[in-house]
Design a protein around this ligand. Structure first.
Ligand code: MRU
Length: 336
């Protein structure tokens, strides 16, 4: 949905312009790809990992020296700090380089692409089984086909349940400050024909209290070994609200989003972005500022939800309940 690759040329859909305009950007050059990732033209944890790997796979065929290629890999790896898929994917192509040189890099990049499609399918099947006919479900940010190269993580689950014939209704959080829910999730839901309603983030508690939402499905940018996970800012508050209203809360992530080096959420670095994203809004209609130009701002792009607030973590290879997580099930999967 958001990435085009014909074996020689790589292009990404500029997600900053959606839903009004569908413009494709050239992304063959790894420095350009790093910039596309930094400015969120291409975004979503699994997608930026695969996009970086493909750019490095192509550059492996054209870089003049191995050092140039390694420098490009380091540059891409640092483009965004929280989504561990980026580091995991770049580390995999670096390992491929050590194993078999540049040809192996290209092969590994293609493998990552195909693997993400498969992982999304597995999450969609496992997660859709948790949704019942008639459910109201809520999602935050965008964790769909625009955030992966497959059907998505959390949104893939929701769309799959609809395709299975379950009559569901989706509430999409708009997701301040960059409005991924209002711009992207709603766009995807409309394309898939899934009934939906857009709400502001602060309205989630009302739809839960009124019983219009039974389950929350969200994506993840980094999952620690104990099941704590980082996702788009606002996810933690949603989990707290869901617990209060007895609403089930499910993060959905492929194993490529698990950070085997992070014991708990305390080990997850959180990206802080520009103050201007909070002072106003920037979109295809231009930038609008409504706060005083110099007001102090706190703008973490992600927050960490503790595993204790999770009903179950939906992975491609397993669904782990809160008790499973507390008993170290994910930790053991990381060892395996
Ligand atoms: O800043 P973004 O838009 O890249 O943040 C994306 C999210 O937080 C998603 O929920 C997450 O990457 C999971 S996507 C399958």
């Amino acid at each position: 949905m958001a990435l085009r690759f014909d074996g020689a040329r790589l292009a990404i859909l500029d997600q900053r312009l959606l839903p009004d305009e569908e413009r494709w950007l050239d992304a063959n050059d790894p420095a350009r790809m790093a910039e596309h990732i930094r400015c969120l033209a291409v975004r979503g944890a699994p997608l930026i990992g695969v996009a970086a790997a493909l750019a490095l796979g192509l550059y492996a065929q054209t870089a003049v020296t191995d050092d140039q290629w390694r420098a490009a890999a380091a540059h891409l790896r640092a483009a965004r700090p929280t989504a561990v898929n980026l580091m995991n994917a770049v580390d995999r192509v670096l390992a491929a380089f050590v194993r078999g040189g540049r040809t192996e890099v290209t092969r590994e990049a293609f493998a990552l692409f195909h693997e993400d499609v498969l992982l999304c399918e597995q999450m969609a099947e496992r997660g859709a089984a948790l949704i019942d006919d008639g459910d109201g479900v809520l999602t935050h940010c965008n964790a769909g086909g625009l955030a992966t190269v497959g059907v998505g993580t959390a949104l893939g689950v929701i769309v799959r349940a609809w395709q299975q014939g379950k009559r569901i209704h989706v509430f999409a959080d708009e997701t301040r400050p960059l409005l991924q829910g209002a711009r992207l999730t709603v766009w995807e839901l409309a394309r898939a024909g899934v009934p939906h309603t857009l709400i502001t983030d602060s309205m989630a508690s009302i739809v839960m209290r009124e019983g219009r939402v039974k389950k929350v499905f969200v994506g993840a940018d980094r999952v620690a070994r104990n099941g704590d996970f980082a996702n788009k800012v606002g996810t933690y508050g949603l989990a707290v609200t869901a617990r209060f209203h007895d609403v089930r809360f499910y993060p959905v992530a492929p194993f490529t989003t698990v950070d085997v080096a992070a014991k708990s959420g305390r080990d997850i670095p959180i990206e802080e972005r520009s103050a201007d994203e909070v002072r106003g809004v920037a979109g295809s209609f231009g930038a609008v500022r409504w706060s005083p130009r110099a007001v102090g701002v706190f703008n973490p792009a992600f927050d960490v939800t503790p595993a204790s607030l999770v009903t179950a973590l939906v992975l491609d290879r397993a669904v782990l309940s809160r008790d499973d997580l507390a008993g170290g099930a994910l930790d053991r999967l990381c060892e395996g």
